[in-house]
Design a protein around this ligand. Structure first.
Ligand SMILES: Cc1cc2nc3c(=O)[nH]c(=O)nc-3n(C[C@H](O)[C@H](O)[C@H](O)COP(=O)(O)OP(=O)(O)OC[C@H]3O[C@@H](n4cnc5c(N)ncnc54)[C@H](O)[C@@H]3O)c2cc1C
Length: 552
């Protein structure tokens, strides 16, 4: 449905009219600008320094797609420009031009952020309109970029996930399915072997690009000022980092969040989180991340995506974080929220089945999904053993696949004993998973029996990968104290040896590392509970400790 055809009730929320009282509150914050018929107010692709409210006349919003103008809407007196890009600082996806001459109220993006933060009523109207407009652009695929790829290519999937999870509308063409593709490829002089290809802003062709290259081209990357000293830098925008950003920014701190991929972290890979407080019917990870990011932006936090921290300079009192691709940022305090990376099997289509048959944790939620079904578990460590015993109570049969000769070397004796005593758990040594199959969800797993040298198809709707998780802490090595598995040690977990260079009279706070004012929260922290709720909890409570450290 074109944006111009949406129903009246939704249109009213997407393109609301500010009341005279609201207009009066905005008037002193901007300047009046007289515009003539046909004058361009801003161009598609521009990074917008200003927000515009129509005082008189009409302002038409159009989108240039492949050289043609597509109408989006016409703003009348009391209506305003902008969508989520007003808060993220991303390039405009539309062009604005005066249809009838009139006057505009021009408000700087900085003043706009203050209004959104301080005027609850106006903030509600603007935030709702901005989010609904971006959602409509996404739903209509009304971006200014095209992705040409193949559903059989992992790089295509990576780019689709990156654009989707970052809320960047785009049009996708599949070389294997779409008849229009050949024409597009010819028009932009691209060979089919070059896919995935991103045609960025209908101009630049990027062949098999990295996420960073796409982000740069689409203007998703913030220009970070290396001289600015932020109150707080949060590294990682998973549930823990986003919670720290929301609480930090809402309590007046100047917060910069660095995220190497897209907001949401591992949670964004969960199609339905059912154990998070307040969502009785569950919430998708992407939805939760989208809401949390908007909330952080509303309170004034800056979220820089496609920005990877590669090193923490080991110095105090200021924390300097070096970034991939050059440059650095400085903060008076730092929250490490870089989470973990579950070890993944090298299977081309693995991510297609994550959350729809492939799981990394065995909680009561997953156990419920497996009720009465057969379950496959990959791994020979204690986590695999615990999962097998736990899932064995609900599943029909549990089969543990181990690459090595057995469990003796890798699993605790008590778990092996319980597995041996169980009627429905079987261990297959020297067995590996070589392929996953299914339409929409996992249906079959190809398993290789290394000893027999044969591969068999096993009907399976549930595959648990319990091959361990490694924390994203490479960038902290040599500076922040880590445990033997590489997780960040904090508070009471820090030993005398870890605190040899500790310069203060007080002991480290609960979530504080061996470096003053540097905190660690969520999955990356040694001993943390690997759950969304606990990550959010730690991200929020650490802000109180950040305040204390900043006051010292
Ligand atoms: C498929 C799946 C389903 C799950 N389902 C549930 C569930 O239903 N319920 C539940 O409670 N838990 C669930 N979990 C666990 C839950 O998602 C995690 O416990 C939670 O996301 C941890 O949050 P976090 O913020 O600590 O870390 P993460 O979510 O791991 O986020 C860390 C972020 O840091 C970024 N990052 C890493 N290194 C850098 C760097 N150097 N520079 C910049 N950024 C960096 C990453 O890109 C990532 O976005 C699930 C996990 C998975 C994988």
């Amino acid at each position: 449905m074109p944006l111009t055809d949406i129903d009246a009730a939704r249109r009213e929320k997407m393109f609301p009219r500010l009341s005279p009282a609201q207009m009066e509150r905005l008037a002193p914050l901007g300047r009046r600008l007289r515009m003539e018929r046909g004058q361009i107010v801003f161009e598609q692709g521009a990074v917008l320094p200003d927000f515009f409210v129509v005082l008189s006349g009409t302002l038409e919003i159009v989108q240039l797609a492949d050289g043609k103008e597509v109408p989006i809407t016409v703003h009348e007196a009391g209506q305003f420009t902008g969508e989520a890009n007003m808060l993220t600082g991303r390039r405009s996806l539309v062009r604005a031009r005066m249809l009838e001459p009139g006057e505009l109220l021009v408000i700087s993006s900085e003043a706009l952020r203050k209004i959104v933060h301080s005027d609850v009523v106006v903030s509600d109207v603007l935030m709702r309109a901005f989010i609904l407009r971006r959602l409509a652009l996404i739903a209509e695929a009304r971006g200014d970029s095209i992705l040409i790829g193949s559903s059989h290519s992992a790089a295509t999937l990576r780019l689709r996930e990156f654009l989707t999870r970052n809320g960047q509308p785009h049009t996708y063409f599949d070389v294997d399915k779409d008849p229009e593709v050949q024409g597009l490829l010819d028009r932009f002089g691209v060979r089919v072997e070059d896919v995935p290809v991103v045609i960025c802003r209908y101009q630049k062709v990027l062949k098999s690009p990295s996420n960073e290259e796409v982000a740069e081209c689409l203007g998703m990357v913030e220009n970070l000022d290396p001289a600015k000293v932020h109150d707080l830098i949060v590294v990682g925008a998973g549930p823990a980092g986003l919670a720290a950003a929301v609480y930090g920014a809402s309590e007046g701190l100047d917060v910069l969040v660095l995220e190497s991929d897209s907001p949401g972290g591992q949670a964004a890979f969960s199609s339905k989180i059912e154990n998070y407080l307040g969502f009785p019917t569950g919430v998708s990870g992407i939805d939760l991340a989208g809401r949390a990011s908007s909330q952080a932006l509303k309170f004034g936090a800056e979220i820089a995506v496609a920005r990877t921290a590669i090193r923490l300079r080991c110095q105090s009192p200021l924390a300097t974080v070096e970034l991939a691709g050059g440059g650095s940022v400085v903060g008076r305090s730092l929250v490490i929220a870089t989470g973990v990376q579950y070890r993944k099997l090298p299977l081309a289509n693995l991510s297609r089945f994550e959350g729809v048959g492939v799981y990394y944790g065995a909680t009561p939620m997953e156990a419920q999904l497996c009720e009465g079904d057969d379950v496959l578990i990959v791994g020979g460590g204690n986590s695999a053993g615990q999962a097998a015993v736990f899932l064995g109570e609900r599943a029909r049969k549990v089969r543990i696949l181990v690459r090595g000769p057995g469990l003796k070397e890798t699993m605790s004796r008590y778990l092996i004993q319980r597995i041996e005593e169980s009627r429905n758990i079987k261990v297959d040594a020297r067995h590996t998973v070589v392929a996953l199959e299914g339409d929409g969800r996992l249906e079959r797993v190809q398993i290789r029996d290394e000893a027999a040298g044969r591969t068999e198809a096993h009907a399976a709707r549930h595959l648990f990968l319990m091959t361990g998780a490694s924390p994203h802490t490479e960038w902290l090595k040599g500076c922040v104290a880590l445990d033997e598995k590489g997780f960040v040690k904090t508070g009471p977990d820090l030993g005398r040896y870890d605190l040899q260079g500790w310069p203060l009279a007080r002991a480290p706070y609960l979530l504080e590392t061996n470096i003053p004012a540097v905190f660690a929260v969520g999955d990356v922290r040694a001993g943390s509970v690997k759950r969304v709720a606990s990550a959010v909890g730690e991200g929020s409570i650490c802000i109180q400790l950040v305040h204390r450290a900043l006051a010292e």
